[in-house]
Design a protein around this ligand. Sequence first.
Ligand SMILES: Cc1cc2nc3c(=O)[nH]c(=O)nc-3n(C[C@H](O)[C@H](O)[C@H](O)COP(=O)(O)OP(=O)(O)OC[C@H]3O[C@@H](n4cnc5c(N)ncnc54)[C@H](O)[C@@H]3O)c2cc1C
Length: 423
Amino acid sequence: MKKRHLIIGAGNAGLSAALTIAQLKPKDEIEIISHEPWAPYCRCLLTYYLEGVITKERLFSWGEEIIKKNHILYRQNKRVINVDVKNLTVECENGRQTNADTILIATGGEPQKPDFPGAELPGIFTLRTFADALAIEKRIRPGGRWAVAGAGLVSLKTIAALHHHDINIDLFATSGRILSQVLDPYAANLAAARLTDNKVAINVNEDIIAATTTPDNQLKLTSNRGRELRVDGLLYGKGVNAASPLDNSSLSRDDWGAAISSAPQPWQGTQDGISVNSYLELNENLFVAGDTARIFDLVRGETDRLPLWPLAGEQGLVAGFNMVNANLKESRLSRRYAGGISCNAFSIFGLDFISAGYREILADESGWHSLEQKRGDSYSRLNFYRNQLKGFIISGSGNTSSGNIKKAGPLLARIKREALSRQ
Ligand SMILES: Cc1cc2nc3c(=O)[nH]c(=O)nc-3n(C[C@H](O)[C@H](O)[C@H](O)COP(=O)(O)OP(=O)(O)OC[C@H]3O[C@@H](n4cnc5c(N)ncnc54)[C@H](O)[C@@H]3O)c2cc1C
């Protein structure tokens, strides 16, 4: 029987689910709703668009092709404000109501907004959407000066884009080092040195606490150290929260069996996101995937948000498979999502990094040990807990890079194999 599937969100999770449904059940009806006013695009490439290395056409070609080739009904510029999880009805901001046989919530994330005095002034940006990128692009003045608050990956990718336009940059990190979620102190120092070599001023343990506008339309920023800085713009990159259209956040179906790992936790996970079971199902015929979902972290052995492009795609695929095979209780044709591993690959002015799982160990916890090699920019650190590989950091530049980075694939596979063998 022909079914109707409704997908809220046109990111990698939503599109990957739509593609899976279209391939498995070409006659089923698929509708995607997105609150952005254009075709789907590859969010990860936004900073490359700003840098000028990819065109707008390239940014959008991925999504446009999937929508067109698979006869997907795509509704842009429509914000979903509520999902009736029992009746499988979705309500949009404009009052439109629509229902479906299955629904996927794939609404991704929303960047944390600054809340200091002056945070609403023109020239202060977050970067999550193409609209954000266009606004930043408009403000860019070659040879100007920008501040970047928050030293995570989106900030670092934006710095590369701004640098390309000959812009002087001041980076502010709340903690004592940059990239603290994805690198250990040694690797963070390598990254910081590369930034400093490229004239990025790094200010650690320092935050922007106020902004005003100057008569010549610049921003005057004040830091918690009392320093003042005149800039053309401020990129605020302090993390991303789950974007959920659900009123009823108490609904949750967590069945992952979070007790699997007895490993100590060197970092705290996020608290937000929608908890689903391992079929990525929140309620009967209602699924959640991508950045907004709390999924099983294979390394840490507990559920958390793992907001990464490839993982959103994996989850979209599983959700799409289960949507065509719902009702799951009666169907043997369903797929469990084993879980994901946090893994980041990035480059800072030619210095390449790849890191995954536990990037650091707790020196005072027994059972941990590390193997490390250091030679200039070339660094590798493998972290073990009770002799199982739990995480790694690898870096390299120039000739050493490709050899080093090639080691990451087998290491990631080993982490996954060892984690899955415990399930
Ligand atoms: C600049 C930048 C660079 C990045 N670089 C990398 C990288 O190098 N590697 C990596 O792994 N990850 C990267 N990421 C993260 C990656 O983009 C996300 O993990 C991924 O896009 C998540 O996909 P998703 O489908 O869950 O959600 P999203 O891509 O966030 O898509 C969410 C969709 O939901 C829609 N939506 C949200 N709320 C509503 C609503 N109420 N009603 C209707 N529609 C709604 C949005 O319009 C959008 O279409 C980057 C992110 C950014 C912003």
